[in-house]
Design a binder for this molecule. Structure first.
Ligand SMILES: N[C@@H](CCC(=O)N[C@@H](CS)C(=O)NCC(=O)O)C(=O)O
Length: 219
């Protein structure tokens, strides 16, 4: 298996956590999002993902022997969860699965895309906004998303986001906390979220997947 990603990409970070939780071996292929105007836009990478976004997972389908090229972190994680059910990230119970997906989508669908690199580059580039606007923008959307997440956790959390089992919700939360900290967003208004984060950050799979622990860190 090959994972094309970038150390600071939250969508890549999600897939790294899932792979680590399932103890799957893979080759990590860095795609630098800033160098040379962004390697995600190179013709070589666009053949893997026409959306010009990381991550991409490349692997062989065990049933057909065909090469599979998967995009969209949540689609990748759902695939891994179905194929390698050793540590289920999406519970089998439909109601519990819906709760897990709700929290996961709060982070991966509603928050991450509006703080993505190309959105921020458009703000400060084409729209001519100063760098401070970028920080104001990120802080505003993180606060909206984390306020709702904190309220949800009051009903769902145990040691982790949903009860005491690590799920897709946790896999999606941690990369957004990393991003929020990177932009110095004050997280003191979200005590439950911080408690869950602390518990998750101590787990070996989450440590292995950390941006700082990747071969392309600080590149
Ligand atoms: N919904 C996609 C989002 C992927 C995405 O936004 N990737 C970002 C990094 S987290 C990216 O490649 N950004 C490059 C850019 O904005 O040019 C997924 O979950 O895989």
């Amino acid at each position: 298996m090959k994972l094309y990603g970038y150390w600071r990409s939250s969508a890549s970070y999600r897939v790294r956590i899932a792979l680590a939780l399932k103890e799957l071996e893979y080759e990590y292929c860095p795609v630098h999002l800033l160098k040379s105007g962004g390697e995600q836009k190179s013709s070589e990478y666009v053949r893997l993902n026409p959306a010009k976004l990381v991550p991409t997972l490349e692997l062989t389908d065990p049933n057909t022997g065909d090469r599979l090229v998967l995009n969209q972190s949540l689609a990748i994680i759902e695939y891994l969860d179905a194929r390698f059910p050793s540590h289920r990230l999406i519970p089998e119970d439909p109601a519990r699965a819906a709760v897990v997906r709700t929290l996961a989508l709060d982070m991966a669908a509603d928050l991450q895309p509006i703080a993505n690199l190309r959105v921020l580059q458009y703000l400060t580039g084409e729209l001519g906004q100063p760098d401070e606007t970028k920080v104001t923008w990120i802080t505003h959307w993180v606060e909206q998303a984390f306020t709702a997440f904190e309220a949800r956790l009051q009903h769902t959390a145990g040691s982790f986001c949903v009860g005491d089992t690590v799920s897709l919700a946790d896999v999606c939360l941690i990369p957004q906390v990393y991003n929020a900290k990177r932009f110095n967003v004050d997280l003191s208004a979200y005590p439950r979220l911080l408690t869950v984060t602390e518990a998750l950050e101590a787990l070996p799979a989450f440590i292995a997947a950390k941006p700082e622990n990747q071969i392309d860190a600080n590149s």
